[in-house]
Design a protein around this ligand. Structure first.
Ligand code: GN1
Ligand code: MG
Length: 375
């Protein structure tokens, strides 16, 4: 994805941040489904330019403000001589910084710093990489664990509140212009059989068993940057949904995206499965860093979260398909249906392995010794 972008409008927008004549090129970056993201090259280095999707983030100023709050909280911790985890003395860890924001013809553009010498992958490669995903999420959670949730705005109301997606789905079923097909029947039957599980996290929250914390909101595989040379996790990107939530939304998203060896865009539906070995690697990375932060009730719900967030994403993709693909960027009309079927297949695979997954969480949390740091 590195062809020089031909749109002179984009150069002008990038120049609003970097100065007239400073921009050498603007290129599409990443594979996000919501915002438009570009890499900006200037003679002084690179930055990341994004058009915030206003149909999704209705108050972009809150997104930008949260990014500032996050930066002020985390940046001093990265420079401290006694960091929140000794690993931070041994590896680089970066937090993309806000450069500025700019309104242009109804669009809100934002520039953030670029993390150099780092890559992201859309599909997991091996267990060592899975462990880095978990470890990266753990470091991120640790760094924000003492940020008061009241300091963060809710940039996307209802995000990961599964019962509200179920309600939206029922509304979409009534209004949809989509014709029934084998795929839609399959999705509808799958959802019907799982309506009862949609409240598992929200009910535990309502009972006071688990509490709101600051979370990332979208720590899927390609939002964890890996050092180009060592493969170590060095940053979490895509910080628009950093807001109050449950750690389970993040763990569920990390597990569902990192343990699906075919990736969420596969068309080999019947081969989609959840890989337990990868799950163990993610969880050992995560719990080794952040396990001590979690309560027994939080630990116990991790397997349910993997199942739920995978199911929820299937529900969200299917609902968007029924609504005419207005939320997730789709490259063909059936794209979101195909994505939904992948997530449901993955959910079924998680369900079939829930007991061994529970055993893994139990074993790893019992031995939640601090991660061995090479001397
Ligand atoms: C969206 O835009 P992107 O790809 O970072 C979505 C996530 C989904 C993801 C699925 C704000 O993220 O919740 O898990 O697609 N983000 C939002 O690929 O809805
Ligand atoms: Mg995102």
């Amino acid at each position: 994805m590195s062809a020089v972008h031909p749109d002179p409008g984009l150069i002008a927008i990038a120049e609003a941040f970097h100065g007239s004549g400073a921009v050498l090129a603007v290129e599409p970056l990443g594979s996000g489904n919501v915002n438009d993201t570009y890499l900006v090259r200037t003679s002084a280095g690179c930055s990341v330019l994004q058009r915030i999707n206003r149909a999704v983030f209705r108050q972009p100023e809150q997104v930008i403000r949260n990014l500032e709050v996050l930066g002020s909280h985390v940046q001093p911790k990265l420079q401290a001589s006694d960091p929140v985890h000794p690993l931070l003395l041994q590896r680089r860890w970066e937090l993309p910084q806000l450069i500025g924001s700019h309104h242009n013809s109804g669009d809100v553009w934002r520039a953030i710093s670029h993390v150099p010498d780092a890559v992201s992958v859309d599909v997991i490669e091996d267990a060592a990489q899975a462990r880095e995903l978990g470890l990266g999420l753990g470091l991120f959670h640790l760094l924000i664990s003492d940020l008061e949730v009241s300091e963060l705005s809710d940039t996307l109301e209802g995000f990961h509140i599964t019962p509200t997606y179920l309600e939206a789905y029922h509304r979409a079923l009534v209004q949809t212009a989509v014709k029934p097909s084998a795929g839609t029947e399959r999705c509808m039957a799958f959802i019907r059989d799982r309506e009862a599980i949609t409240g598992v996290l929200e009910q535990a929250k309502a009972r006071g068993e688990i509490t709101l914390r600051p979370i990332h909101g979208d720590p899927k595989i390609n939002n964890v940057l890996l050092d180009r040379h060592s493969g170590e996790a060095v940053a979490l990107i895509d910080l628009d949904t950093v807001k109050p939530g449950l750690v389970h939304y993040d763990l569920g998203d990390c597990l569902r995206s990192g343990c699906n060896p075919l990736g969420e865009e596969t068309t080999e539906l019947e081969a989609v499965h959840f890989d337990l070995e990868l799950a163990e690697a993610i969880l050992s990375g995560y719990l080794g860093v952040a396990g001590a932060m979690l309560s027994p009730a939080e630990l116990q719900l991790i397997p349910d979260a993997a199942r739920l967030i995978s199911f929820e994403l299937g529900l969200r993709f299917f609902c968007d398909y029924l609504n005419g693909n207005t939320y997730f960027r789709a490259s063909h009309p059936e794209h979101n249906l195909q994505r939904a079927l992948v997530q449901f297949q993955l959910t079924a695979s998680i369900e079939a392995q829930l007991e061994p997954l529970r055993a893994i969480v139990q074993r790893l949390s019992a031995s939640a010794a601090p991660l061995a740091v090479p001397g």
